[in-house]
Design a protein around this ligand. Sequence first.
Ligand SMILES: Cc1cc2nc3c(=O)[nH]c(=O)nc-3n(C[C@H](O)[C@H](O)[C@H](O)COP(=O)(O)OP(=O)(O)OC[C@H]3O[C@@H](n4cnc5c(N)ncnc54)[C@H](O)[C@@H]3O)c2cc1C
Ligand code: SF4
Length: 452
Amino acid sequence: MPVPDVKSGRLSSAEIAENFGDLHSPLSRPEALIEADRCYFCFDAPCTTACPTGIDIPSFIQKIRSDNVQGSAETILKENIMGGMCARVCPTEVLCEEACVRNTHEEKPVNIGLLQRYATDPIFHSNTQLFSRAPETGKKVAIVGGGPAGLSCAHRLAMLGHDVVIYNRDEKLGGLNEYGIAAYKTIDEFAQREVDWILNIGGIDVRTNVTLGDDIHLGDLQRDYDGVFLAFGLGGVNALGLEYENADNVLNAVDFIAELRQAKDKSQLPVGRRVIVIGGGMTAIDVAVQSRRLGSEQVEIVYRRGASQMGASRFEQELAQTNDVSIRHWSTPIALSVTDGLAKVEFERTRLDAAGKLQMTGETWAAEADIVFKAVGQTLQLGSLGEVAATIAQKRGKLVVDEERKTSLNNVWAGGDCIFGHDDLTVSAVQDGKLAALSIDRHLRGEEINNG
Ligand SMILES: Cc1cc2nc3c(=O)[nH]c(=O)nc-3n(C[C@H](O)[C@H](O)[C@H](O)COP(=O)(O)OP(=O)(O)OC[C@H]3O[C@@H](n4cnc5c(N)ncnc54)[C@H](O)[C@@H]3O)c2cc1C
Ligand code: SF4
């Protein structure tokens, strides 16, 4: 009789340590200077336009060239307070580096991500505070969620002299920087060091293990604070809609990743020998690659569309392939069964019709696995956030905001993954927090809010 092969200790602690080391080695000084020299310092730099936080990229690269590393970090962090994390996790190949004019000359952009890391790393190593608070205004803002959007908003508001209280469901701040991002992208507790550095500015009071909808309510926050910023991310996960999807070895990828990120000893995590991942985004790649690096022998991602439609970037897809993860396109799960703990997934092949719509072909295939990961997207569960939150204008289950990140409710702003139109990137969440803080500040100072 088949038995599921799920166990811990597939690899030694030394092998795990090597597999979960830094994905990209940081640049040395000579390497950084050579790379900085490749920049043309373009006027109207397209890389800056492509950066969601609008970092003046040629300016920070110029400062690296003149050995003004702290000045370079300041240029980065004043636009993007999480410039350290973004240097590690941004899909630069589809943002600043895709726009770099060096691509047209030699198909190799300036390595902006690693230069940004070179500039910002010393700030976090030495815990140097670059920003200070304006005189206190006496105004108080509540922030729900201490992930990238909430922390970015909190820091900017604190800089502008307002007092902030962050309410956070999880034990630790950082959101998915702490509980989601692949472990080899942010090693050595970088996420918490960055959080500590952000809080060091002062004026930010943190209340963890507090959940909106259970422990606190939006109506009360509106009454007790001068403004409220909602940045609670996406709490729920999409389901496959199949029987057995809650079986013991059919797991939500995000839950497993959170467990992995918090594990003191990764070699003790139970890992399947054969793993199937259903999905095509960053989460699918992350759970697949990390499973391989934990010792799974056979990992296959199955996605219902083609490579170019995957949410994961080209770099992420290549990362999967170089980690011996196979990616099978054009198949969607239609049935799931679990016998004696062993999962069997039946897939149906798909194709696009002439109008570009996904069609089922009737052709099926099946595969067995010890663990099946569901990575088919996250959702916002507004119902659980209380009656007042549920009245905020929504589109496709997410909060609608204007350009300043203001919601339809009085004195309530929102940003990050929970808003409609968000691209589910750390850098965009940081930008939302910054824009909301600037809008809240204008509002608190009594200036007209321009919704245009
Ligand atoms: C597995 C995975 C890998 C990813 N990898 C990358 C990557 O490599 N690069 C990249 O740019 N992006 C990546 N992302 C996306 C990125 O992490 C998110 O876009 C970003 O974290 C969103 O920030 P946020 O502040 O909106 O929400 P979150 O980071 O989700 O933070 C939300 C915060 O709100 C708190 N909260 C939730 N509900 C409540 C409540 N009811 N009351 C109070 N507090 C609450 C939580 O405790 C949490 O701290 C990844 C996402 C996932 C899931
Ligand atoms: S586009 Fe490339 S070359 Fe031009 S300023 Fe930006 S990084 Fe430098």
